[in-house]
Design a binder for this molecule. Structure first.
Ligand code: ATP
Ligand code: MG
Length: 200
């Protein structure tokens, strides 16, 4: 399973609907400082519900909506809605159709060889809303998280290595570093369960 496309619409610095193709093996994105490279990764984390707002460099969810006056520190105006869609190629059947149907709560999701996960954030005068969609069906964050966990993608996991992470890992104590290896190997989950069991 791999990402084939990302569609950013009014998200962070992407004031225009922008489609970014991802290749199966390796995709490199280059550009000058501040051109939006990290915002692309933030888009993936946002859409898949893998990070809290701080993890995607925003104080609140509505900061993720494109704001033309951002650089000048001006308040937002105009349309207050952003969305990011992640298109996944599932033709290897990493997730079987029944798992996708169960997460979507509907059989009406196509053949599941292509999975689309979309998240939308909308701001009104006095509130904001966040919506998730799986193959066009409205779902909850937990549906998305449960589905992705079956493919080994979790918020606690190290599926994404963020800017600065490598330096952080180098500066860690051996004990902290061991924690990461346990997390990747899937041992940490059992350690946590063991501790819970001892606690009871
Ligand atoms: P670097 O090479 O320094 O890591 P980068 O390509 O990763 O740079 P990003 O961090 O992705 O750059 O982009 C930062 C830019 O995104 C900032 O210049 C900021 O103006 C812009 N930006 C962030 N949020 C918004 C927003 N809500 N509206 C408009 N622009 C935004
Ligand atoms: Mg960056």
């Amino acid at each position: 399973m791999h990402i084939t496309e990302l569609v950013l619409d009014n998200f962070k610095s992407f004031g225009r609907r922008t489609r970014i193709p991802f290749y199966e093996d390796f995709t490199v994105i280059t550009g000058p400082n501040g051109s939006g490279k990290s915002n692309i990764i933030d888009g993936v984390l946002f859409a898949l519900g893998l990070a809290r707002t701080r993890g995607i460099r925003a104080e609140k969810l509505t900061d993720l909506i494109y704001n033309p006056g951002f650089e000048d520190g001006e308040g937002p105006s105009g349309e207050r809605e952003a969305s990011v869609e992640v298109v996944l190629d599932n033709s290897d059947g990493k997730l079987d159709r029944s798992q996708v149907v169960s997460a979507a709560g509907s059989d009406d999701i196509g053949d599941a060889e292509e999975i689309t996960i979309k998240r939308r954030v909308k701001e009104t005068d006095d509130n904001y809303y966040s919506y998730y969609y799986l193959n066009g069906r409205s779902v909850n964050l937990s549906d998305i998280q449960d589905l992705l966990a079956q493919a080994g993608v979790t918020p606690e996991g190290y599926n994404v290595v963020m800017q600065g992470d490598v330096t952080d890992i180098i500066n860690m104590t051996p004990h902290e570093r061991r924690g990461i290896i346990d997390e990747i190997a899937g041992v940490a989950e059992f350690d946590a369960k063991k501790e819970d069991a001892f606690g009871e």
